[in-house]
Design a protein around this ligand. Structure first.
Ligand code: AGP
Length: 609
């Protein structure tokens, strides 16, 4: 999730662009850059690291001009270096472009362009756009952009300027947000409202397929079918703080509701529409190598450890490969049975968790091959792994991890599918069914997240609670643990996640009317056992909130309240069942008036032991 800005007006563009980028820093900032169109040439300054490094560089290299574009990067392809920072240019240096999104077919396009003599300087997918526009440019920049984008598959919000198109700034949008700001005597471009609110509240939200040309005289806009249309202008009423949260009260709420789009972005290009085998190019493991893996050990902390537990179940279920989850803080001090045929899957949103890094280094020393699943390109975990799969969830600001967790699960499901198909554990027809079910998950997640009224009503049951129990079995035992962790860390209510079958071995002593129980009771091989466990709790006066699927009306007789999620494959159900539990934890924290995004005693990334 990068941030782009653009400006055309009477003021010096550099100042306007930097002010806009400062207001987009929450979208990620591993590098940044701006291009200003001068009288003689385009001038570009870019730096790795945070924005203040770019601002210092611009102070040393004054950029004169009143048209420009800028970018703050959250790397998805290519390490966060100065070379990979945006803006990117073509061979001649007369075209400069910034982009937020993922060009899925960039490798094929890059090979074609290189064969035609184009010389690339970065590892990014974005640079392909600059060279495509260079090749298509015949004097009309908007036309060149339109022709170039016809060849592109993927997502983009982009802005481009050219020395050969003076006084013109062209933008385009597909799947990544982009808005145009209409000032009294200037026009602005931004990924998000906060970047331009200090200049104007009158904006046009571009639609997928839109291309627009901005000049000092106005905005020309063409829709997906190429037909011109008048820009629809709306007035923003939010303040800046609300705008950074997308209008939500907290980052946690924004990030919970970003999960459907984060899943789309994470699965993009990895789960093709046609019935091909699951593509995990980052894995770079041949069929034979996948077959030779003797065991998989999944390593993480906190929520990432819970993802490891989901992965353990999925790998055994779909791939028939021995798998076990390990808490990094424990594994780092154990003589774990790591052999050369061990694949270590290291999961970390931040990629900087000290315990996870230590455990990772230990298993590497013992000969394991390491695959990372991380949300931060260029993080320590990313760089230390043999291979890495990036969850394209965008920056996760709230301490409580939500969209990182569900996108981690989606990648673990893809990994299990890849293993299952390579090892012949999944027959083609079953693999096709599972891939079809995966394609539905983003939309189903959106449906599951639309339960706030029901969830808020359930949250009132936790007022005055002496504690809470979260019960789950099989695929959803980790869901119970994750639900309990979410409630603990944002609402400070003591909550225990437990394997429901273990209740009779002690925890059932905790059951009282003041101790609500949340039971994950979605269809699966242990559904009936879950109903029995719920009866055990109810018989002792414990209030029960059940998470079940739409259409399952038996649950009403086993629970005091039921929150419903769409039906999916049992092995995928943890991804949907966790969503109401996230909402519940959030509702309880808000109900208690707590600092939801920054809970006491906690840090977003635990970089110390
Ligand atoms: C989850 O909500 C917590 N913030 C915490 O458990 C977190 O998952 C854990 O610290 C691991 O962080 P990582 O994924 O960045 O390694």
């Amino acid at each position: 999730m990068c941030g782009i800005v653009g400006y055309i007006g009477p003021d010096q563009a550099a100042d306007v662009l930097l002010a806009g980028l400062r207001r987009l820093a929450y979208r990620g900032y591993d590098s940044a850059g701006i291009t200003v169109v001068g009288d003689e040439a385009l001038r570009t300054v870019k730096r790795a690291g945070k924005l203040d490094r770019l601002e210092a560089a611009v102070r040393e290299t004054p950029l004169v001009g009143t048209i420009g574009i800028g970018h703050t990067r959250w790397a998805t392809h290519g390490a966060p270096t100065e070379t990979n920072a945006h803006p990117h240019s073509d061979c001649t240096g007369r075209i400069s472009i910034v982009h937020n999104g993922i060009i899925e077919n960039y490798q094929a396009l890059k090979a074609e362009l290189e064969a035609q003599g184009h010389v690339f300087t970065s590892d990014t997918d974005t640079e392909v756009l600059a060279h495509l526009i260079e090749r298509e440019f015949k004097g009309d920049l908007a036309e060149a952009v339109r022709n170039a984008l016809r060849l592109v598959e993927g997502s983009y919000a982009m802005a481009v300027v050219s020395q050969d198109a003076p006084g013109v700034l062209v933008v385009a949008r597909q799947h990544s947000p982009l808005i145009i700001g209409h000032g009294p005597d200037a026009y602005y471009v931004a990924s998000d409202v906060p970047a331009l609110l200090h200049r104007t509240r009158r904006v046009t939200y571009l639609n997928d397929g839109d291309i627009a040309r901005l000049t000092r005289d106005g905005v020309s806009l063409w829709g997906k079918d190429g037909s011109p249309r008048a820009p629809q202008i709306v007035t923003i009423t939010w303040d800046v703080s609300a705008a950074e949260k997308g209008g939500y009260r907290h980052f946690m709420a924004k990030e919970m509701h970003e999960q459907p789009s984060a899943l789309v972005d994470t699965l993009r290009g990895r789960l093709p529409a046609s019935d091909q085998a699951a593509i995990l190019s980052e894995l770079e493991m041949t069929r034979e190598e996948l077959q030779k893996v003797g065991q998989v050990i999944l390593i993480g902390c906190g929520t990432a450890y819970h993802a490891c537990l989901v992965g353990e179940f999925a790998l055994e279920e779909l791939a028939g490969v021995p798998a076990r989850a390990a808490m990094a803080s424990e594994l780092r001090y154990r003589d774990a049975l790591i052999t050369r045929d061990t694949l270590a899957v290291v999961i970390s949103q931040s990629g900087e968790t000290a315990d996870t890094l230590a455990a990772m280094n230990r298993v590497k020393e013992m000969g394991a091959r390491v695959l990372a699943i991380t949300n931060v390109v260029g993080s320590s975990v990313d760089r230390a792994a043999d291979k890495a799969i990036h969850t394209n969830a965008g920056p996760e600001i709230a301490v409580a991890s939500t969209k990182a967790y569900t996108t981690q699960l989606s990648m673990l499901f893809m990994l299990a599918l890849a293993f299952g198909e390579a090892r012949g554990h999944l027959v083609p027809e079953r693999a096709r069914e599972l891939r079809a079910a995966m394609r539905n998950l983003p939309e189903q997640a959106a449906q599951a997240l639309a339960q706030e009224d029901v969830v808020n009503a359930c949250a009132s049951r936790f007022r005055g609670a002496h504690g809470a129990l979260f019960l789950g079995r099989g695929a959803n035992y980790p869901t119970a643990l994750e639900g309990a962790l979410k409630l603990k860390e944002v609402s400070y209510i003591h909550a225990q996640g437990y394997a429901a079958g273990e209740m009779k071995h002690g925890p059932i002593a905790l059951v009282t009317p003041e101790c609500p129980t949340v039971a994950v009771a979605v269809p699966g091989r242990v559904y009936d056992k879950m109903l029995s466990n719920m009866q055990e709790v109810r018989a002792r006066g414990g209030p029960i909130i059940a998470v079940g699927v739409e259409g399952d009306h038996d649950l009403e007789s086993y629970a005091d309240a039921v929150i419903r999620v769409p039906r999916t494959e049992e092995v995928f159900s943890p991804l949907l069942a966790v969503l109401p539990l996230q909402l519940l934890a959030y509702a309880c924290a808000v109900d208690r008036g707590l600092d939801v995004d920054q809970p006491r005693n906690l840090a977003k990334s635990v970089t110390v032991e």
